[in-house]
Design a protein around this ligand. Structure first.
Ligand code: ZN
Length: 229
């Protein structure tokens, strides 16, 4: 899978979508003016966040709203699984047990009947308060959720994420419904990305680097999803 990332050229600053392979952490690309670029993505620019970039591309550039919804749900699910695996491995390591293999992690993920269960369990691996209490106790997150996302309610956040992001995805993929419009896709994308911020574990608060004068290596070192939002 390739993700079209609008990365600025380090020489001339031109923005153009650059097709980056999903697991390429140090891509090399030549801009349309012939400048060679190479850089490193930050470690927290995970596969899930890259898929969310693809959702945004479908939403804004291609205006394929159903596809954008599918990618928003896919990105969020990917991110949840990544975090669950990461923090489960840390927990196992702290106990002194051996590292689990992918199949064992997959078996654990399958135990969750719903996405809401997986989301809640993943949050509790990091903070025993769970997602609702964590957001309620964190003033800026609480304000963001309460003022910016009328579809989300404190007390039922995990279920609300499931209902607002994954149910539209299921309508498309399970029932062939393809009449979603721009506002539907915008809602899905913004809620999926808000989950990344509201869940425990979101640590990337860095300001996106706008300067294009820094030469070559690490020129998009601070690249984040915020470049698009
Ligand atoms: Zn250039």
């Amino acid at each position: 899978m390739k993700v079209p990332l609008p990365i600025p050229c380090s020489e001339c600053g031109v923005f153009e979508p650059v097709d980056i392979h999903l697991n390429d952490d140090s891509p090399v690309w030549v801009c349309k003016n012939g400048h060679r670029n190479q850089g490193l993505f930050p470690l927290d620019f995970t596969v899930g966040k890259r898929i969310l970039v693809k959702s945004f591309y479908e939403l804004v550039t291609r205006r394929d709203f159903s596809m954008s919804i599918v990618f928003a749900a896919m990105g969020l699910e990917c991110e949840l699984s990544y975090r669950f695996a990461k923090w489960t491995q840390i927990e196992v390591g702290l106990r002194g047990d051996r590292r689990l293999d992918d199949e064992e992690i997959e078996k654990m993920l399958r135990r969750f009947r719903t996405i809401a269960d997986r989301l809640e369990a993943t949050c509790r691996l990091l903070d025993t308060r769970g997602i609702d209490q964590y957001v309620d106790d964190t003033a800026d997150l609480r304000d963001t959720i309460q003022n910016g996302f009328p579809s989300l309610t404190l007390g039922t956040l995990a279920q609300d994420f499931q209902q607002t992001v994954f149910w539209p995805r299921n309508r498309i993929l399970h029932f062939g419904y393809a009449d979603y419009v721009q506002v539907d896709a915008e809602r899905c994308y913004s809620i999926a990305t808000s989950e990344l911020r509201s869940s425990v574990g979101w640590t990337n608060r860095s300001t996106p680097r706008r300067s294009h004068r820094t030469k070559n290596r690490a020129s998009w070192h601070n690249f984040t999803l915020a470049n698009f939002a």
